[in-house]
Design a protein around this ligand. Structure first.
Ligand code: DP6
Length: 347
């Protein structure tokens, strides 16, 4: 017999960045982080899994091709063995459960966006994988419990187990049992919050976040101040800005944290550049837009790649889009939502 399960997991984009590990094998971070999980309809990973007594090894297909490197990676084997162990414990307690924990699984995962272009594909990917296998194994763990397993696959993945506004609490225990994702606020607390991705370049990034952050931890002098002083204070302030729905504060903290993270990258030796000239234009543009309207209506943030994610409130969408349209004369499909006349209204 076989068991199957299928689910989707959305991408999350950090507004307070995770950058640095204090334990590379358990994947424990040097700071807590906060993110917003994007709408399921937009950027997501769809994962299906099948367990069968006939399979001879665990196998994984990513975007239509078998990924032998990832299948054999420590990350994946660690995640799968943690989930199999949880299933084994259930089987030991409940005689009626079939002993599928010793079976192999086949996993098929598809992203609807460019992989490894700094668009948090590993986040959605490992989140989808963990939730899918947990469903396959009929585990009854809550999302926070599962987030500790997802974290071992990819740190940022632990935050994609929740929708809305999510914190990854770094924890302090050596075994990582308190390093987990928790919900700050559900999406319906602040449903006006919207995100838009500006793809500056869809190529694969050159320095992976895993190796980039290791280099920063080892070589950057700015980094210590960031994790000792800057982030702990920002973590509390940002949670409060979300609770209070204070967009201006949320936006300022988000932009400052993106800049602080990229500053530690530049301060690494040799330096790491994730933002390109288009990214820098976007930064200038956002500050220009906020100055023009004399109100903070938009925030940018950049992960380990040149693509921007902009956060804004729905009521300001047209104001934002007209500016972007004026600058780039291309809205990549958004033109169908707004007429040229509307887009030219403000500028
Ligand atoms: C810049 O989660 O990809 O996107 O734990 O090594 O897999 P690993 O790193 P990863 O790093 C994400 C870094 C970031 C910031 C963030 O998402 O918080």
């Amino acid at each position: 017999s076989t068991y199957t399960a299928s689910i989707t997991a959305p991408v999350n984009i950090a507004t307070l960045k995770y950058w640095g590990k204090r334990d590379t094998s358990l994947n424990l971070p040097t700071n807590s982080s906060i993110s917003v999980t994007l709408d399921q309809a937009d950027l997501k990973t769809t994962t299906s899994a099948m367990a069968s007594a006939d399979f001879t090894k665990d196998r994984l297909w990513l975007n239509g091709e078998e990924d032998l490197q990832l299948s054999q990676s420590k990350r994946l084997t660690q995640v799968l063995s943690s989930l199999k162990e949880k299933r084994r414990l259930r089987e030991a307690k409940d005689e009626s459960l079939e002993k599928i924990s010793s079976w192999f699984v086949h996993i098929v995962s598809v992203n609807n966006f460019p992989t490894a272009a700094g668009l948090a594909s590993s986040a959605a990917g490992f989140a989808a994988l963990v939730v899918c296998i947990a469903k396959l194994f009929e585990l009854d763990d809550d999302m926070t419990e599962l987030s500790k397993i997802a974290r071992q696959g990819s740190g940022s993945a632990c935050r994609s187990l929740f929708g809305g506004f999510v914190a990854w609490e770094m924890g302090s225990l050596a075994d990582g049992s308190d390093s987990k994702a928790v919900e700050v606020c559900p999406l319906n607390h602040w449903p006006e919050m919207k995100a838009c991705v500006l793809v500056a370049c869809a190529d694969k990034k050159d320095v992976s976040s895993t190796s980039g952050m290791q280099l920063t931890v080892k070589t950057s002098d700015l980094f210590q101040k960031r994790i000792d002083e800057v982030v702990p204070e920002r973590f509390e302030q940002m949670k409060k800005s979300i609770h209070d729905k204070n967009f201006a504060l949320f936006a300022e903290l988000t932009m400052k944290d993106s800049n602080s993270f990229h500053a530690t990258c530049l301060d690494s030796y040799p330096p790491i550049f994730y933002m390109n000239d288009t990214s820098k234009k976007i930064v200038k543009l956002v500050h220009l837009i906020n100055a023009f309207y004399n109100e903070t209506i938009v925030a940018y943030t950049f992960d380990a790649g040149p693509n921007a994610v902009l956060y804004y409130l729905e009521q300001n969408e047209l104001k934002l889009m007209s500016f972007i349209y004026a600058m780039f004369k291309d809205l990549n499909g958004w033109e169908t939502k707004y007429s040229t006349e509307e887009l030219n209204k403000f500028i």
